[in-house]
Design a protein around this ligand. Structure first.
Ligand code: ZN
Length: 181
């Protein structure tokens, strides 16, 4: 009789421990799978090469496979993120901003300023070969593109601060910030 009571009290306890251990194993395996997927996503874009400067010609069909949807929409379809919804608007860390599509060096935090527009803004590109500009289709605004891959970044206006008087109004999703070590 005593053995019977031990069985009904102790056995469920063992079952509970087994279930907890089993759940912990599943959770741990899930975390490993998610991490592996994240790493795969980062590796998925073979055109992202910060050390390369040669011009890139990649079809939109190919870009669509390797860019996140919001990045593709901005960079290949000239979309615009809504004000204050993209990354880096209030990023005050020191570092460099690279093209989100190809890894080309575009801007330094040293020329970033708060334009109160809700988009990350700079008064000049990192170097002469960082960006290219051309008139929008309607001829009104000056479009800014990555000089390496031609990806759309935003627009440049002439109401910026000294010393250039320019305001490079960028989509945060078109940029990839790397903080200084
Ligand atoms: Zn680029």
């Amino acid at each position: 009789m005593a053995r019977f009571f031990v069985n009904i009290i102790v056995q469920p306890l063992f079952m509970k421990i087994k279930i907890i251990v089993f759940a912990a194993v599943l959770l741990f395996r899930g975390i490993i799978v998610i991490n592996a997927q994240e790493q795969q996503n980062e590796k998925k874009n073979p055109y992202y090469k910060p050390t390369e400067t040669s011009k890139l010609t990649v079809s939109n069909a190919e870009w669509k496979k390797v860019l996140a949807p919001e990045v593709y929409n901005i960079m290949r379809e000239k979309g615009t993120e809504r004000s204050n919804t993209g990354p880096y608007v209030h990023n005050e860390k020191k570092g460099l901003y690279y093209c989100a599509a190809c890894g080309h060096l575009l801007f330094s935090s040293a020329t970033k300023f708060d334009s109160h527009t809700g988009w990350p803004s700079f008064y000049q590109p990192y170097g002469n070969g960082s960006v290219s500009t051309s008139k929008d289709a309607d001829g009104e605004r000056d479009e800014v593109m990555c000089a390496r891959c031609g990806g759309h970044l935003g627009h440049v206006f002439d109401d910026g601060p000294a010393p250039t008087g320019l305001r490079y109004c960028m989509n945060g999703y078109a940029l990839n910030f790397v903080p200084n070590p």
